[in-house]
Design a protein around this ligand. Structure first.
Ligand SMILES: Cc1ncc(C[n+]2csc(CCOP(=O)(O)OP(=O)(O)O)c2C)c(N)n1
Ligand code: SF4
Ligand SMILES: [Mg+2]
Length: 354
């Protein structure tokens, strides 16, 4: 006799007039990622882990490939997880999670697991999801296992000493992309567009991008990804305080500025409509407003800032937004100084004590 697999539907949080994209007064009380881990102060991935798991709730099984969020969260006999969690090798986040999903399906069908189908997710770093483990995640998406595959993107291999990864931005300094006379920008290549690769390559999957600057957006996309019957991929921007060198309190502010400067388009791909839905931020600002907050960009010369602005302007067009003349003009290197000497607007008071 086969048994039905009963799936859960998580309710979405309200987004009123776009305001709640920023603020979430009533977070769910449950905390499957509790206090007591050892990540750096202001760690973006830790914020993302907490919000994703709050959105997923207690009936959740989570996997974590090797990276900061494995090492800092799994000291012997000490863990912040109040739900089942497993470490996987860095290349195996996708295949391990496929196995968990297939295992629960089979056990429920055979009557060997009495509960509902749990929320199954993996949170892999950018080194894992966009590089070493991309094959196993792509395979899991292609086979359409019912699970959520999250990439927490701190734009470097942080745990092994801040080395460059495919998602490290142009001119982002890492220990493997130092700047000097031969290569003054540090990193020459643009970042790999991981989320678009996943959406274009697996058109039957729910795919979305988000940042730690938008808690409601992040939590709702987590729930949409888990509610989607089949595979879903979420790409989340998560600043790394240690690797990027910025004021500890600015993690969430960076999560908004990266969007407002056109460097991280926020969107959702709907597999039923086969269409992208882009978020159009109410503020458009120069890239220098974002770059100048971080030590990893301090070496940039005027031509590098101008190159970055040209890329951001292309992104604005790609998501269907006008590029204001003031931002077009900033494609001219003559409009810039060395980044270390650039002026930038101080963080706005958004009412969250920044
Ligand atoms: C096959 C393999 N190669 C290299 C490593 C060494 N290693 C451990 S953690 C890590 C960094 C992972 O980077 P990422 O996935 O971006 O996570 P982060 O450390 O940034 O959180 C590396 C390279 C490994 N564990 N396995
Ligand atoms: S090095 Fe970066 S990603 Fe790792 S714990 Fe510290 S802030 Fe978080
Ligand atoms: Mg990383």
């Amino acid at each position: 006799m086969t048994h039905d697999v009963v799936r859960q539907t998580l309710p979405l949080l309200e987004e009123q007039d776009g305001r709640d994209l920023y603020y979430l007064p009533d977070l769910p009380e449950e905390d499957p990622y509790a206090a007591g881990h050892r990540t750096c102060a202001g760690c973006g991935p830790a914020i993302q882990y907490r919000w994703v798991l709050k959105a997923a709730g207690q009936d959740t099984v989570v996997a974590g490939p090797t990276g900061c969020m494995y090492v800092a969260n799994s000291t012997y006999l000490c863990t912040p997880y109040t739900v089942p969690w497993a470490h996987t090798p860095i290349a195996s986040g996708g295949s391990f999670t496929s196995g968990v999903a297939a295992g629960y399906e089979a056990m429920i069908r055979k009557g060997r697991y009495p509960g509902r189908y749990p929320n199954i997710l993996v949170m892999a770093g950018d080194g894992s999801a966009s590089d070493i483990g991309i094959g196993s995640i792509s395979g899991a998406l292609y086979r359409n296992h019912d699970a959520l595959f999250v990439c927490y993107d701190n734009e470097c291999y942080a745990n092994t000493g801040i080395q460059t990864s495919p998602t490290t931005p142009y001119a982002g300094m890492t220990t493997f992309t130092p700047f000097g006379k031969a290569i003054p920008e540090g990193k020459k290549l643009p970042p790999k567009n991981l989320a678009k690769m996943m959406a274009e390559g697996h058109p039957h999957c729910y795919v979305a991008t988000t940042t730690v600057g938008y808690p409601v957006d992040l939590m709702n996309k987590t729930r949409k990804g888990l509610n989607h019957v089949g595979a879903a991929f979420l790409h989340c921007y998560t600043p790394c305080q240690k690797g990027w060198v910025y004021q500890t309190s600015m993690t969430v502010e960076l999560g908004r500025r990266v969007v407002e400067s056109g460097l991280w388009p926020v969107w959702e791909y709907d597999p039923h409509e086969r269409a992208y839905h882009y978020f159009h931020p109410p503020v458009q600002r120069p890239v220098a407003d974002y770059l100048a907050m971080q030590g990893r960009f301090g070496h940039m010369l005027p031509e590098h800032v101008a190159t970055m602005q040209a890329g951001a302007n292309r992104n604005w067009q790609a998501i269907g937004m006008e590029v204001p003349k003031a931002l077009r003009d900033l494609e001219d290197p003559a409009r810039h100084q060395r980044l270390a000497d650039e002026e930038y607007s101080m963080p706005l008071n958004r009412g969250v004590g920044a």
